[in-house]
Design a protein around this ligand. Sequence first.
Ligand code: NAP
Ligand code: MG
Length: 412
Amino acid sequence: MRRGGGKGGYDMEKIKMITPLVEMDGDEMTRIIWKMVKDELLLPYIDLKTEYYDLGLEHRNETDDQVTIESAEATKKYGVAVKCATITPNAARMTEYNLKEMWKSPNGTIRAILDGTVFRKPIIVKGIEPYVRNWEKPITLARHAYGDVYKNTEIKVPGAGKAELVFTAEDGTEIRETIHEFTGPGILQGIHNTNKSIESFAKTCFHYALDTKQDLWFATKDTISKKYDHTFKDIFQEIYDAEYKEKFEAAGIEYFYTLIDDAVARVMRAKGGFIWACKNYDGDVMSDMVSSAFGDLAMMTSVLVSPDGAYEYEAAHGTVQRHYYQYLKGEKTTTNSVATIFAWTGALRKRGELDNISELVQFADKLEKAVIQTIEAGKMTKGLSLISSIQNVTVLDCEAFIKAIRETFEAS
Ligand code: NAP
Ligand code: MG
């Protein structure tokens, strides 16, 4: 970084940006952290250019959730977004925020517009050892972000009767299968996916594997689900053979398919350093398992990659409501800001790469390094201290930890 007057951070010449980042602000404790991170770690060093969308629940309510749609459209236009965690309204939030409607999950809305795959990768720090001792390298989860149980239709079957699965084509022809002849009450669920979305999921995964030079694993339950899951398996294989096989071989990486239960068993014995592609629900569950095994929900990066090459960086955790209420009472909180900082550095690095601003890329690298060095020097928030093997840990509150990162950064 170039220096100006030479008396510390404020005198530095700030890094200039060309294209704005799409900035999606959010809710509760993560909204507080958002501002602290910007004020302490970004604005002193970067002439930050963003197009700001306030996805805080109040503003979503005021705009009838249009702001969420606009922010996703802006992401398509500019290519890189950074998102703060947001509240997904439920009954309690309806009263708490006096909502006009129970607005949908912003992540769901954004993912439906961008149609992407979410990649989640643990942030590795020496002294915060994974619970699975043989995991020497990070395992990146690639989660398909469309369809299946997340867009289901369900019926509570009241009593005896026949359940059927019916598809009516545009020309009126029908395909009809009996699901079950009920003799008493029960439950029913209909789910779907589209070839188009599965194809883009597959391509995004192959692309990401090549980009990061890691093996790609994909697993479903095609032995049981001979049409649904088998279609996922077939589409992946067809696209691999047609478009990626040679590129993978040239890069010295491997694609392999196996059953989901076999994958789970293998993952537990593996050393890490690969991408594990999962269907929507498997990815939801497995990414929480992998992230907690690597230590902490806030020690995980998360990026949504769309088939047309748009990127949305976020923290994988929620708005940390319990801490927010402590904060409102004027208490110090133990909130870990690492995932929020890495969402920003991920977005800034990508913007720097796309716009050829090497200072921005270097800034992102340096800030991430400062975060890791701060923790490795024994300064961390409470959650991390509980699982750390580092001697003489100093437990810092949320704000003090961010200030400690700034000191490390300035010193580098
Ligand atoms: P959460 O915000 O992830 O927090 C659950 C608990 O995990 C916290 O109470 C805290 O445990 C711990 N935790 C999570 N992030 C942490 C961090 N950065 N530092 C330290 N501890 C952390 O999940 P939630 O309480 O179930 O959900 C709250 C709201 O977030 C909900 O309205 C939900 O809709 C929303 N949400 C949003 C997203 C998103 O936008 N991506 C994702 C999930 C949930 P302790 O209390 O034990 O300290
Ligand atoms: Mg989950």
